[in-house]
Design a protein around this ligand. Structure first.
Ligand code: LLP
Length: 385
């Protein structure tokens, strides 16, 4: 019972029942994003006054209205493919190029050339481009993405550091690159690190700042330290939320020690995860041995996170919020895969065909990772103000 109350208290989607029902009148299922919640999350991040610039990680949610909201709040965009760069440039033709940060991984030479032509900032996360395509970067300003060596995050598959990770330049390799950088008059204006996604320790970003500040001592032109994204959200009752105040305090301490650097962050999840819900209709229920299965009309084709990482998304029967939870339900989609389970052993009421089933925290890495598997179109996206 206490768990239920926690899940149901103070959720924006409870106050927006009419909007949600309206969205589902003309659709079988939908991702619904609350734009004012996006603004609130950006404001929370802005309270970290030690941070000089925030970039929204476009990969988390690229809905045009979400991007517009981020743009209107004055933050920049972290982009991971040239297509994301081009989307941002097309949507906001007057955007200052310093508000776009390009952080690809194993991209082709042509993507870097295009990004340089567009004049956006970019980070190299391997020595290969510097060694093999040095003329591309000659006389240009770049960032280097350093491997912080310790991966962090909610699941092994989202940790991006250490020998088994394909990301970043090992710190010990940086020194070898100095002659190439010098010969080609490449200006390393910033350093960058990202350890993973879904981090819930407040000190993490200050640790990155210190690490990067130490590496920066090898360069004379470094001005910016990009501490990466990874800001986690509370998903389970036993987790503790990040506190912006503590993150700020720890970063202020680093700033006092290294006042010469501007600090940047590039969160995705924190800005959008709790602003989105996936709502679908119940198709059938099945009691099979001890399991109560609730089938809904979309599954891992819309939301892949539970199948990919075992991620936990609270799920409620939106049509019967006040009814007694009689079952521990497994909520499944119609996809022909055993991993097509959106929630396992979720307290649930008796459920009927056509009930609206609402899946929380679906605003980040939801629709962007969807597929047309089984020829089932993923849920459409709708924004509410
Ligand atoms: N910066 C870099 C260099 C990144 O690789 C990422 C995420 C971010 C920033 C934003 O991270 P965030 O603040 O959103 O944690 N699909 C996974 C997450 C993959 C994250 C990939 N990189 C999931 O659904 O949990």
């Amino acid at each position: 019972k206490p768990l239920e109350r926690e899940v149901l208290s103070e959720k924006w989607w409870q106050k927006r029942r009419a909007d949600i029902e309206l969205c589902l009148e003309s659709r079988e299922n939908a991702y619904i994003y609350n734009l004012s919640a996006v603004k609130d999350n950006i404001s929370a991040l802005k309270s970290i006054s030690a941070v000089d610039q925030i970039f929204f990680a476009v990969k988390a949610n690229n809905h045009p209205q979400v991007l517009t909201t981020a743009f209107q709040q004055g933050i920049g965009f972290e982009t991971v493919s040239i297509y994301e760069v081009e989307t941002v440039l097309e949507m906001f033709p007057d955007i200052s190029k310093e508000r776009i940060f390009f952080t690809p991984n194993f991209a082709s030479r042509i993507e870097y050339e295009k990004a340089l032509d567009y004049g956006v900032m970019l980070s190299l996360d391997s020595s290969y481009p510097l060694k093999k395509w040095s003329e591309t970067f000659a006389n240009k300003s770049i960032f280097l993405r350093v491997d912080p060596n310790i991966g962090k995050g909610h699941h092994e598959n989202v940790r991006t550091a250490g020998a088994t990770s394909k990301f970043g330049i090992p710190i010990q390799e940086i020194e070898q690159l100095l002659p190439i950088i010098k010969e080609n008059n490449i200006k390393v204006v910033g350093l960058h690190a990202h350890a993973g996604s879904g981090i819930l320790t407040n000190e993490h970003w200050a640790e990155h700042a210190k690490l990067l500040a130490e590496v920066a001592s090898q360069f004379s032109e470094v001005k910016f330290l990009n501490l990466g994204g990874g800001f986690g959200i509370k998903e389970r009752a036993q987790q503790t939320e990040l506190t912006m105040e503590q993150i700020n305090q720890s970063l202020q301490a680093v700033k006092a020690q290294y006042p010469q650097y501007q600090l940047w962050i590039e969160p995705g999840r924190y800005i959008v995860a709790n602003t989105g819900v996936l709502v679908a209709k119940a198709t059938q229920v099945k009691q099979k041995q001890n399991y109560y299965y609730v089938g809904i009309n979309t599954g891992m084709n819309s939301l892949m996170r539970p199948a990919l990482y075992g991620s936990y998304h609270p799920i409620v029967n939106f049509s019967r919020l006040s009814e007694t939870k009689k079952h521990l339900a497994t909520v499944v989609g119609p996809i022909c895969e055993s991993t097509d389970k959106l929630g396992i052993e979720i307290p649930f009421p008796d459920t009927f065909e056509g009930d609206l089933i609402l899946i929380e925290n679906a605003g980040a890495y939801g629709h962007v990772m969807s597929t047309h598997y089984n020829m089932r179109a993923p849920a459409e996206e709708v924004c509410i103000p």
